[in-house]
Design a protein around this ligand. Sequence first.
Ligand code: FE2
Length: 462
Amino acid sequence: MNNIIQKLLSFAILLGSVFIVNLGFATQDNAEYVQPYLVVGDNQYILRAVTNLPKCPTVQWDAQKAEEMKVRVAGAKIPLRKKSDVIESDFPVLTCEMVWPKDAKEGKVNNQVFKRPASEIKKIIVIGDTGCRLKGAENFYQDCNDQSKWPFAEVMTNAAAKNPDLVIHVGDLHYRESPCPDNLPGCKGSPWGYGYDTWKADFFVPAKPLLEKAAWVFVRGNHETCSRAGQGWHRFIDTHSWDEKRSCNDHSNDVIGDYSEPFSVPLGKSAQFIVFDSAKNANKKITEKDESFLIYVNQFKTIEKIALNKKFNIFGSHHPLNIVLPSKKKDSESEYQLYPTGFTNILAGLNGEELLKSPINFTIHGHNHIFEAITYDINRPAEIVTGNSGSSLEEINNVEIKLSDVQKKLLKIKEFSSYQDFGFGTLERQDEMGEKWLFTEFDVNGKALLKCDVSDRTVICK
Ligand SMILES: [Fe+2]
C-alpha cells in the first residue's frame, strides 16, 4: 500500500514539475518584451527594437521629447514559401526602427541608453557563427541547453565586459533548423525553424548584454539566405529600408532578397570596414552560368571604388577568401590545403593572385568554425577567420593545424596562426590614422590567447 502511495506521490510531483516547467515557458513567452539594439548601415545608424507589445516603444534623443519609433514591419505568420517546407515562420512581434538623427548624442529606449558611436572607432568586438546547430539532415544536434557546448551567451557577456565601440558579426546567426529529437536532453525544448522564437533563442536572448552595449555591423552568412533564415534577416538585421519584395517571404523574389549592395562603415579619418553580402556564395566555384556570377562581379567593382575613399580598408565577407584545413585528398603532397570559396575565382579573374586590389589591406570572415590568421607570401590582403563564437566547432578530429616551413612555402603563406576552440576577438586601433590595429583572440572567458599585429597586408600573431 505504502508503495502505491509513494508511486502516486512521485507521479504527482512529476506532473507538477512538468506543469511548472510549461508554466515557466508560457510565462516567459507571454511576458512583455522590448529588445532595443543599434545597427550600422550605409552611412547611418539605425536604432531598432523588437517587441511583442502592440505599439513601438519611444526614443528620447538627448533631452528632447520622446517620440514613438516607426514600425519597420508588423508581426505576421508567413505561409510556407514552398510546398516542401515543413514549418511556417511565425513572427508575432513588431520590428520598430528610427534612423539616428545627425546631431543626437544619445538615444534612450525603454530606459536603455545608447550612445552615438565615436567618429574614431578604437575597439571592435569581432564574432561569427554563433547559433546552436540543430540539423536533422546531418543528424547533428548541438547541446543548446549546455553552456559549455554552446557558449554564445558566455561569449556575449565577456565580450560586453571589454566595452567596445562597435561589434562586427561576420554572419551565420541562426542555426536551429530542425526539431530536437525527444531523447536528447542537450537540446530538449528548443524552438526550431525560421520564426521569431528561434531567432530569440539563437540570437536575441544570448546577445542581449552586447546588443545593449554597442552598435552592431552585421555581415550576412549563408544561413541567412532566403531559403533558410532570410525572412528574419530582413525583418531584424538588414539595414535597407523594409521592402516586401526583398523580404524572402515570396520565393519568386529570392533573386532580389538573396543579395544586397556592399557598403562601408567608417572607422575613423583613414580607415573603413567594407561589408560584402556573400550569403548566396556556394562552396563550389561560381561560374558564368551561376545567377550570382554577374551580381558578384559588379559588386566587387563597386567595392574597389568604395576602397579608394580611405587609406586602410578592411573587407568583411562571411565566406573566407581562403581557409587552411587538413587535405581532403589522402595522396596530397601537403598535409594541409588552402581551400578557396566559390567567389575566390571571380576575384582571381578580376585581380589575379592579389584577389583584392590595394588599398584593401586586410579581410575578416567566418563560415569556418575556427580562428585563423594568414599572411601571404604574395601581394594579397592578410586574412582573419573568426567563426568560432558559439556554433559547433570545425570537425578536424582535434588535429591542431600547424604549418611547417615546407607547407607554408607550398601554400604561399608567410605567417600562420590558428586556434581551434570557442572564442571571440577584439580589433583595437594602434595609431591615429587607423592603419595599424591589434587583433586579440580570447577564449570564451575573455582570457587573451593570441595577440596579432595587423598592418598593411600583414597579420602576425604572438
Ligand atoms: Fe556559413
